[in-house]
Write a protein of this length. Structure first.
Length: 501
C-alpha cells in the first residue's frame, strides 16, 4: 500500500497530536474503530505506552514547535488532528500557540496533507477580540491560521464539553456537590450551549471524510441553551442532591473566581481561571451547518441531562478513560529523572527506607499501586492534607485530583499532586511531584525479593533543589521525614500484611 493509499475499509492515514490529553486520548480509539490508520505525535512517547490501544498505533517523537520533527511526523499523512494548546505553559502562551500553529500549518502544506482538523473554543458573537479572554482569543487565532494555511481545514468550535473526567464536568460536579449554598460569580447567569464529549468525538471522526472543498469553521453544541446556574441545578437533580441555593455576586471577578473554583474543586487555578474567563460572555452556536456533512440522527446531539447521566455513570463505575489531568498542568516540572542518562547532575537529596515485609510480593504491589486518592498516603494524613492545601493556595494542583482508576495506574496518570513517571507492574512505581516546590521531587517505590525469598519494600524520595530556597526547603522539612516517609513505609508494609494472597 502506498503512503497516500487509504487503509483497508476506506480509512485514511491520520495523525493525532495531543494524544496524551483528554480529547486526544479518547479520539484515537474512535478513529481506529472507524478503520483509520493512526499515528500519534508525542513529545514523550512513553506516556502512551500503557493505553489499551497503544499496540495498534504508530507513535512518533515530535514537537509541534519543531519544524524538523513535524516534517517527519507528517510524512504520508492525509488528515492531521491538531488538539494541542500552550495554555499550560504559563505567561506568553498566546505567542507559543501562534508560532506552533504556524509551524504546523507550514509543515502540513509542505507534506501534502489533505486536511487539518482543529478543535477550538466557541467565541461570543459580536464581541471584539480584544475583549475576549486570552484563552478564547488564542483558540480563535489558531483557527484562523489553519483556515488561511492553504490546507483545507475544519475548525470545530465548542463551548463547555461534558464528559466523565473533563475539566468542565469536574468543575460543575464539585461546585454543585460541595456547596449546597453557593455565593457565586456573576457569570453563572451567562447563557452557554454545552455539548457531550460523545458528540465532539463523533464530529471529529467524521471530519476526516469531509470533501476537499470544505475549508471553514463550524459551531458545535448540544440542543440545550442554559445558564451555568441552570447547569448546576440540573446536575443536582440528576445526582439526587437537594436543591442548591445559588446567589450570584458581581464582585467575584473572573480572576478571583478562578482562585475560588481552584479552592473548591480539584481543578487548579491555572486551568480554572481560563474556564471562568471564557464564561464572561454568552457562548451560543450561531449555526449548525455541520449537520449538512455529519447528520445528527435521532437523539443527537445528546441533551444536557443525558450527557450528565452518562458522565456520572462512568465516574461511579470507575470507567473514566481520560481525565482533564491527563495533560500536564501549569508549572508542572518536566525535567529528566535522576536515573536518566541526560540527568544534569547537581545536588540531589534523598531519603531511603527499606523494610522486610511479612507478605507476598503480589500483596505488597497491590498496596503500592493503590496508593493515593481515596486510599491516602499511609502516613500522617493531617500533614498531607495541610501540604495539599498550601499547594492550592499558591496555585498548585493540591491533593484533590485523586486517581483515574482506584486500582490500576499507567504512565502519565495524575495521582493527587504527583504524576506517574514510570511503572513496571509488580516491581516499580515512580512518581514525579507536580506540587509547587523550589526544585524537582520524585517518590519511588520498589517491590523486591531477596536471596532468601523474603519480600522487601524499598522507598526512595529524591529532591533536586533550585537555588538557595530549594536547599532551605529540604532542610526545613527534613526533621519530619521520619514521621512522613518512615511512617509511610511501615504502614504500607502493614497494609500488605493484611492483604489476601
Amino acid at each position: 500500500m502506498s503512503e497516500r493509499e487509504q487503509a483497508p475499509g476506506g480509512g485514511r492515514h491520520v495523525l493525532v497530536t495531543g494524544a496524551t490529553g483528554y480529547i486526544g486520548g479518547r479520539l484515537v480509539p474512535e478513529l481506529l474503530a472507524a478503520g483509520h490508520r493512526v499515528r500519534c505525535l508525542a513529545r514523550s512517547p512513553h506516556k502512551l505506552r500503557d493505553h489499551p490501544w497503544a499496540g495498534r498505533v504508530e507513535v512518533v517523537r515530535a514537537d509541534v514547535t519543531d519544524a524538523a520533527s513535524l516534517a517527519a511526523a507528517l510524512e504520508g499523512i492525509e488528515v492531521a488532528y491538531y488538539l494541542v494548546h500552550a495554555l499550560t505553559t504559563g505567561a506568553g502562551f498566546e505567542d507559543t500557540d501562534r508560532q506552533a500553529a504556524q509551524t504546523f500549518a507550514e509543515q502540513a502544506r509542505a507534506a501534502g496533507v489533505a486536511r487539518i482538523v482543529y478543535l477550538g473554543g466557541l467565541t461570543p458573537a459580536g464581541v471584539d477580540a480584544a475583549q475576549l479572554s486570552p484563552h478564547l482569543r488564542s483558540r480563535a487565532e489558531v483557527g484562523r491560521i489553519f483556515l488561511a494555511s492553504g490546507v483545507p481545514s475544519a475548525v470545530l468550535r465548542a463551548a463547555v464539553i461534558i464528559g466523565s473526567g473533563s475539566a468542565s464536568f469536574e468543575m460543575l460536579r464539585h461546585l454543585t456537590e460541595r456547596l449546597p449554598v453557593m455565593v457565586t460569580p456573576s457569570w453563572v447567569r451567562t447563557r452557554i450551549q454545552p455539548i457531550a464529549v460523545r458528540d465532539v468525538l463523533r464530529y471529529l471522526v467524521a471530519c476526516a471524510g469531509l470533501p476537499g472543498s470544505v475549508n471553514r469553521g463550524f459551531d458545535i453544541g448540544g440542543p440545550d441553551v442554559m445558564t451555568y446556574r441552570d447547569m448546576m441545578r440540573a446536575y443536582a437533580e440528576v445526582a439526587g442532591l437537594p436543591h442548591r441555593l445559588i446567589v450570584p455576586v458581581p464582585l467575584l471577578t473572573p480572576r478571583v473566581s478562578g482562585y475560588w473554583v481552584g479552592l473548591v474543586t480539584p481543578v487548579p487555578h491555572g486551568i480554572a481561571r481560563p474556564l471562568a474567563e471564557s464564561l464572561r460572555h454568552e457562548v451560543i452556536c450561531q449555526e449548525h451547518d455541520i449537520a449538512a456533512y455529519v447528520p445528527d440522527g435521532p437523539g443527537r446531539p445528546l441533551p444536557f441531562t443525558q450527557a450528565l447521566r452518562l458522565a456520572l455513570r462512568r465516574v461511579q463505575d470507575a470507567q473514566v478513560t481520560t481525565r482533564w489531568s491527563s495533560a500536564s498542568v501549569p508549572g508542572a516540572p518536566s525535567d529528566p529523572l535522576p536515573t536518566d542518562p541526560d540527568w544534569a547532575g547537581g545536588s540531589l537529596y534523598t531519603d531511603h527506607r527499606t523494610l522486610v515485609v511479612d507478605a507476598g510480593p503480589q500483596a505488597l504491589w497491590r498496596v503500592v499501586e493503590g496508593i493515593g486518592g481515596e486510599h491516602g498516603w499511609y502516613s500522617f494524613p493531617l500533614a498531607w492534607a495541610v501540604r495539599g492545601l498550601l499547594d492550592r493556595l499558591v496555585g498548585g494542583v493540591g491533593l484533590r485530583r485523586g486517581r483515574r482508576d482506584a486500582h490500576r495506574l499507567r504512565v502519565g496518570d495524575s495521582l493527587d499532586f504527583w504524576r506517574v513517571e514510570e511503572i513496571e507492574p509488580g516491581r516499580l512505581l515512580r512518581l514525579r511531584a507536580e506540587m509547587r516546590l523550589p526544585g524537582l521531587a520524585w517518590l519511588e517505590m520498589r517491590v523486591e525479593q531477596d536471596g532468601a525469598g523474603r519480600t522487601r519494600y524499598r522507598q526512595r524520595a529524591l529532591f533536586h533543589p533550585r537555588g538557595l530556597l530549594g536547599h532551605l526547603y529540604w532542610w526545613s522539612v527534613a526533621p519530619f521525614h521520619a514521621v512522613v516517609f518512615g511512617g509511610m513505609a511501615r504502614n504500607i508494609a502493614e497494609a500488605a500484611r493484611r492483604e489476601p494472597d
